[in-house]
Design a protein around this ligand. Structure first.
Ligand code: AMP
Ligand code: MG
Length: 190
């Protein structure tokens, strides 16, 4: 059987990884398996090995050419993985010089997703989640900037649908409603 390729996106701190893990638990009980992959980790392994960065949150401030090279390496490695694959990544990356497409044409053509999911929630909730996450160096920005980023992600997702013919699904990961988000996620992964 040919595997499904699903890309999960959402602004930093929205809770992509949490929703994915919950959804995968539900699916496992039904005998549906996905290999879960983190795009940023593929980039980080290379960047750390050559001494470019020490922390994964430093990558988005690297020169654009360097970020794109790491991005292309990651896409090529991920394209080789067979079966049902779920890729945790970003529709766009906020760099000091503006938004960088997370899935430019050459990345999409490597991975060729069936579906792109946008995990979203209220801007204030994203802000609070970032403030309470001590494990990461999340960008310190206000809810207006977070709103802009979430809007930009919807806009750029439309172009990804045009380039690949994939479907785009928005899933809300609201406070206290993780189980609902996980159910919505599981439903599109079945
Ligand atoms: P994450 O752990 O998902 O927050 O990803 C860590 C970092 O990896 C991000 O801040 C970006 O610098 C980088 N990254 C992840 N996915 C992509 C992508 N598709 N394109 C470019 N950079 C990415
Ligand atoms: Mg994550």
């Amino acid at each position: 059987m040919v595997g499904k390729k699903v890309i999960i996106t959402g602004v930093p701190g929205v809770g992509k990884t949490t929703v994915v893990n919950e959804a995968l638990k539900k699916l496992k009980n039904e005998g549906i398996e996905y290999q879960s992959i983190n795009f940023g980790s593929f980039m980080f392994d290379v960047a750390m090995a050559d001494g470019t960065v020490k922390d994964r949150d430093q990558m988005r401030s690297l020169d654009k050419t360097v970020q794109k090279r790491l991005q292309q390496n990651a896409a090529q490695a991920i394209a080789k993985i067979t079966g049902n694959v779920l890729v945790d990544t970003h529709a766009s990356v906020k760099t000091p010089k503006g938004y960088l497409a997370g899935l430019p044409e050459w990345v999409l053509h490597e991975i060729m997703p069936d579906l792109i999911v946008l995990v979203e929630t209220d801007n204030d909730q994203v802000l609070m989640r970032r403030l309470s996450d001590e494990t990461r160096s999340r960008d310190k920005e206000g809810s207006k900037a977070i709103a802009e980023h979430q809007q930009f992600n919807r806009a750029i997702a439309a172009s990804y649908a045009m380039l690949t013919g994939c479907t785009i699904k928005m899933i809300t990961n609201a406070d206290f409603l993780l189980d609902r988000a996980a159910d919505d996620m599981a439903a599109v992964l079945r």
